[in-house]
Every structure is written in structure tokens, then in C-alpha cells.
Design a protein around this ligand. Structure first.
Ligand code: IPM
Ligand code: MG
Length: 371
């Protein structure tokens, strides 16, 4: 196996460095036990970069991200940087990476681990076996549209502006990813917008339907308004297979779907760019759905499993290492089944373990599974 898998690790702020630390242990394990080596470098992003360099993402770090085969990301942000001007906020570091790496397809799976069905806020019967894939558009929409800004009106009051904007190409390239993923799953895509009140939503609906009719006739496509989708997610989540939606609705609906699984601390994500036909590569960044959780940062309480599962996605999507990804996912299953839990996924009568004790348990399982 080639030894030059270039990995850039951006641990970020809050619990980011703690959970990434556990993944580093698994990377060492892969090196030792599976003879898979990565060429790992580290960089700063978010508040950490701001404190060190006065910017949430240095040009050099961006260049490294563009040159890497994959980026493993932690989390950014925290109260310390809340009152900074917009362009300096830690979150801009992440958004700039998404934009400059052209990470238009943000894959956010929401799956319920057998052992955690009780931790869901819904009745276990409604979520048992749940496995939804949310495909969130990542480089367009209201996050990046212009005009944007805050302006002062002649009477001294102010006006805030953001713009939701999508083109045919932007809609269809993310819809294509959704259809392709659905083809390997239950073959159902639900496209979500607000076509009843937004022209961009109407266009979204028409373009997704046109692509389906032209190239994906074997996939069942339905359309749903975003508000209804939020309701359906908590009413009967098992009706969904793949959901495809814009940047903003995807942000909201993926948090909602995440909670169905019992904990935000369990969910990984992958952000993928377009395939480069020449190199066969695509830019990719993997990050947990949870944020920097400043309230528990630095206390060794954070759940490292979402970061670990993000790393499993990295192995699967960027390096075609499905077998190793399976190993990690199975280790997570087994550790949960054995009742090893961090505080966020604690069941009745269980004692919480620390971030590093969870890492210990994962490594022990990996040893067992690979024996
Ligand atoms: C997410 C986060 C980000 C977003 C923030 C941190 C910029 O909420 O990845 O879901 O809004 O996209
Ligand atoms: Mg979010």
C-alpha cells in the first residue's frame, strides 16, 4: 500500500483537539497493526489560528489543505471570539475552507447505533435501525450569496441583508451526488426546499426533478417543504433514505436528524469537492457535526466517537479503505454495546468515562477485531 497519503489535521478550538487526539491514536494503531501510514501534518484553524496569527485561516494553511489528500477537521469557535467582526470569526476559517476547496457536497449521515436507541429523544421504536443520509449543499446559498451585509438607513436604523441564490449547475451537481448515493442505498431521494415561498426553491425543485428524469429514472424522487421535513423528521424519520437540500436548510435539518440518534456527539460528516478527471482525486474534509462545546472543553469529557467516525468516512471516501473503515465502525458498535459511554450518551445506571478512556476502549476493540 502506498505510504504517501497526505493528511492535514486541523483540530481547531474547544473540544476539537481532545477528540482529534483520540483519532491520532487510531492513526498510530493503523500504522503499527495494519501497516497503513499517513503523512500527517497539523495546522491551525478558527480561534486557535486567530490567537496565533490574527486570522482564522492563514493562506499557507489553505494551500496545505488544497494539497492534502484529505483534511481531518475538529471544531471551531467559542465565547472568547463571539464579539469579533464577521470576517474574523473562527467560523470564517471553516467556511473559507469549504468555499476554496469547493466542498459542495456535505454528507451528513444520521444513524442510530443499536445500543443507543434508548438515548434518542424519540421512542426507540421510531428510530431503531434509522439510517438517513442528508446531503447538504456546502458552497452556495445564503451562506455565500450577495448582496450581504448590515447597512445603516437614512433614519439611523439598520438593515441586515443576506441572499439565497442557486444556479442550475450548483443544484444539479449536489443532486447528482444524492442520486448516486441513493443508488447504493434504498434508492429514494427527498429533495427539500421552500418552493412555496422562494423562487430559488422553485428552481431547486425543477432542476432536481429534471436531473432525475434525465439520468436517474431508477431513483424514486419526492419533494418536501423544509418546514414539513423538520416535522416529518421528528414524526416518522424512517420514511427517509437520502435527503438533499440547500446549505441553510441542511444546516438546520442535520442538527435535527442528529438528535434523533441520541447524541450530536456521535455524528460524522464528509464534505466533498468535484472529482478531478485528471487525477481521479477530489478535495475532501471530514468533521464531526458537533461544535466546539466550550462548556466542556479541556475537561476530558468530550465524546470522541463522531471524530473517529469522521475518520472512518475519510478512509472510505478518500482512500477507498472500506475494510479499515469497517473495523473502526465495528469497534464503535462494540464499545457502545459494552456500555462504555461518555457523559452525553449515558444510559441509566452507567458511569461516564473520559475522552481518553473511550479512546482506550476503542483501541482495545480494534486489537480484538484485527486479531
Ligand atoms: C455546521 C456548523 C457551521 C455551519 C458553522 C460552525 C459555520 O453549524 O457545520 O453545521 O453553519 O455550517
Ligand atoms: Mg450546523
Amino acid at each position: 500500500m502506498a505510504a504517501n497519503k497526505k493528511l492535514l489535521v486541523l483540530a481547531g478550538d474547544g473540544i476539537g483537539p481532545e477528540v482529534v487526539g483520540q483519532v491520532r491514536r487510531v492513526i498510530d494503531w493503523l500504522d503499527k497493526r495494519r501497516h497503513v501510514s499517513f503523512d500527517v501534518s497539523e495546522g491551525l484553524c478558527g480561534g486557535a489560528a486567530l490567537d496565533a496569527h490574527g486570522t482564522p485561516l492563514k493562506d499557507e494553511t489553505l494551500a496545505e489543505a488544497l494539497a492534502a489528500d484529505a483534511v481531518l477537521f475538529g471544531s471551531v469557535g467559542g465565547p472568547k471570539w463571539d464579539n469579533l467582526p464577521f470576517e474574523k470569526k473562527p467560523e470564517r476559517g471553516l467556511l473559507r475552507l469549504r468555499k476554496e476547496m469547493d466542498l459542495f457536497a456535505n454528507l451528513r449521515p444520521a444513524m442510530v447505533f443499536e445500543a443507543l436507541a434508548d438515548a434518542s429523544s424519540l421512542k426507540p421504536g421510531l428510530v431503531k435501525g434509522l439510517n438517513i443520509m442528508i446531503v447538504r449543499e456546502g458552497t452556495g446559498g445564503i451562506y455565500f450569496g450577495s448582496p450581504r451585509g448590515i447597512e445603516t438607513l437614512p433614519d439611523g436604523s439598520r438593515r441586515g441583508i443576506n441572499t439565497q441564490v442557486y444556479t442550475t449547475a450548483e443544484i444539479q451537481r449536489v443532486a447528482r451526488v444524492a442520486f448516486e448515493l441513493a443508488g447504493k442505498r434504498a434508492k429514494r431521494v427527498c429533495s427539500v426546499e421552500k418552493a412555496n415561498v422562494m423562487e430559488s426553491g422553485q428552481l431547486w425543485r425543477e432542476e432536481v426533478q429534471a436531473l432525475r428524469d434525465k439520468s436517474f429514472a431508477h431513483i424514486e424522487l419526492s419533494h418536501m417543504y423544509a418546514d414539513n421535513c423538520a416535522m416529518q423528521l421528528v414524526r416518522q424519520p424512517m420514511q427517509f433514505d437520502v435527503i438533499v437540500t440547500c446549505n441553510l436548510f441542511g444546516d438546520i435539518l442535520s442538527d435535527c436528524a442528529a438528535m434523533l440518534t441520541g447524541s450530536l456527539g456521535m455524528l460524522p460528516s464528509a464534505s466533498l469537492g468535484p472529482l478531478d478527471a485528471k487525477t481521479g482525486r477530489r478535495h475532501a474534509l471530514y468533521e464531526p457535526v458537533h461544535g466546539s462545546a466550550p462548556d466542556i472543553a479541556g475537561q476530558g469529557k468530550a465524546n470522541p466517537l463522531a471524530e473517529l467516525l469522521s475518520f472512518a468516512m475519510l478512509l472510505r471516501y478518500s482512500f477507498d479503505m472500506g475494510e479499515d473503515a469497517d473495523l473502526i465502525e465495528n469497534a464503535v458498535q462494540n464499545v457502545l454495546a459494552a456500555g462504555v459511554r461518555t457523559g452525553d450518551i449515558l444510559g441509566p445506571g452507567m458511569q461516564p468515562v473520559s475522552t481518553s478512556a473511550m479512546g482506550d476502549a476503542i483501541l482495545k476493540q480494534l486489537d480484538r477485531l484485527a486479531a
